[in-house]
Ligand binder design. Sequence first.
Ligand SMILES: CC(=O)SCCNC(=O)CCNC(=O)[C@H](O)C(C)(C)COP(=O)(O)OP(=O)(O)OC[C@H]1O[C@@H](n2cnc3c(N)ncnc32)[C@H](O)[C@@H]1OP(=O)(O)O
Ligand SMILES: CC(C)C(=O)C(=O)O
Ligand SMILES: [Mg+2]
Length: 611
Amino acid sequence: MPRSHSANSAATLPFPTLRTPAGPVPADAPAWNPQRGSAMPAHRYRPAHDRVAVPLTERAWPAARIERAPLWVPVDLRDGNQALAEPMDTSRKRRMFDLLVAMGFKEIEVAYPSASRTDFDFVRHLAGSGAVPDEVTVVVFTPARRELIERTFEAIEGLPRTVVHLYTPTAPTWREVVLGRSRDEVHRLVRAAATQMARLAAARPGADIRFQFSPEVFNLTEPDLVLEICNGLTELWDAAPDRPVTHNLPATVEVATPIVYADQIEYMHRHLARRDGVVLSVHPHNDRGTGVACAELAVLAGAQRVEGCLFGNGERTGNVDLVTLALNLHTQGVDPMLDFSDIGTVRRTVEDCIRLPVHPRHPYAGELVHTAFSGTHQDAISKGLAHHARRAAGLGVPECEAPWEVPYLPVDPADLGCTYEAVIRVNSQSGKGGIAHLLQVHHGLDLPQDLRPDFSRTVQRATDDSGQEATPKDLWELFRSTYLAPGEDGPLTLGPWTATEPAPGRHRVRCELSEGDAEGEEGPGCYEGSGNGPLAAFADALAAAGHPVDILAYAEHGLASGPDSAAVAYVQCRIGDATYWGAGQDTSVLTASVRAVLSAVNRASGNRGGR
Ligand SMILES: CC(=O)SCCNC(=O)CCNC(=O)[C@H](O)C(C)(C)COP(=O)(O)OP(=O)(O)OC[C@H]1O[C@@H](n2cnc3c(N)ncnc32)[C@H](O)[C@@H]1OP(=O)(O)O
Ligand SMILES: CC(C)C(=O)C(=O)O
Ligand SMILES: [Mg+2]
């Protein structure tokens, strides 16, 4: 019996187009989970395990480790390109190709040459321009159609090393609905195309042409059919370790958890014939948002080659993102064998070529991914960066070589050519640690620990009021107006003053103090005080002027090195029954300190920020 929960009483919710679930709460739902049955038509879909058999038993992949990078094959110029509203022209394709080469890719799918003149011309451009370095192999893509295969071979004439990549959909729905062919007919279609490819390649004896096959929608295809077709091609193309064929097993449309894909790949890895003459490749898409997980588990399961696109461009939700995959390896201590040391340039080039933006939260590359706004994260990062610097110094290595273990930053932004500038940004979610970090990094202020919460409350008020971020410049301005300005702006202002030490350890201060507005309504008075230090003597003079002050804490530091550098002093004073912080800045430490005390006094008389 469904438990009775009162039906949704929020009849006035402001989204009339939504049907707040009002079905029964499942009978076995625990009391802490009041979710109700919805009107979503989930019954129209079947789970993956009902759609495709996965005969693997005793999986080995969960215990495997990735210890070296697979062969990465970017398909930005074919699969990524065919997903664009405006496919790339030759100059954009060339820019992308040069980027891929510069990053270190050695096998690059460059076109579907029979699809369009642009694609055909780009392959001819590569053949004629010397753009393909010696170690790089280009891949071209073709369906199993006679005239299109011929056109593909025309395109690659003169290229030094190529892989011709044949694809045919093999999954039941595609066979029946798209191709209108039985299993055997599809197999025969593929074999005829593969035979034609072998014949065309044989007609070019000097050319280095290898072969690749993709059973499109592998992940929904019966495993025995995949093996039948792939093993047949391995034989037909006479695969050998020195001239392997590539069998690329795509999750053309992602339909299952990464575990299912890994099981499928491990099954193929164990059953593909002439395994040492076969490069087992994967090609995940990202329909369920788990393309990266699929690729990683597939590599654990035996995949040696991964096709994908930079930043995950591609059909629908995209091809698997090679940047994330490669940098996931980097952050596990495995060389990705690609260069990301200027990820900003990589990102901007891709954005220019494909005319799509990279999301600000994109792993490793987005504008915000090295940035913390939240207080406790900022505090941890700030402490972590300081700890990192000390550790590097202790090890006697540059910071960029020291082991990286900074909380909340999975990668050192410097590895990717990013600065630490944007690591911490302040808004109303931020705390004292992050604020102090920014003032330190951008303005050289080393706020005493006890001043930090005091200033943080001021910043919090300002950011809550504005609802906006406070930049380092804003923070400095807030600091100045809160702690420095009251030492100079009154109401109590300091005229000429002197400090002397008439006897060792005996200090005297004589000063003019005036109270009131600029016209000096109250008129300046001369006061004198003595104490065991100049600041104590100044406090004594203030008491004589009717402003008793008890100095509780004091700190100062230089802002830069050199004789003309400014010093900043911070004091915490008890004035009446509250405490106030003040700060002063001057080339003289004593002047800075005197101003800091005066600032605290003025903050007290304006009742600004006492605790
Ligand atoms: C998952 C993938 O990424 S697969 C790659 C998809 N990429 C692209 O389609 C981009 C480039 N494609 C194109 O420019 C065009 O589709 C062309 C030039 C290749 C072909 O164009 P057209 O001849 O007009 O055919 P169209 O695009 O409608 O393709 C459908 C036909 O191809 C057949 N077909 C689809 N895939 C294949 C294949 N791999 N092998 C053989 N035939 C295929 C279909 O059954 C259909 O045949 P039918 O007309 O007998 O029903
Ligand atoms: C490898 C080819 C056929 C492809 O792009 C896919 O299946 O997604
Ligand atoms: Mg694809």
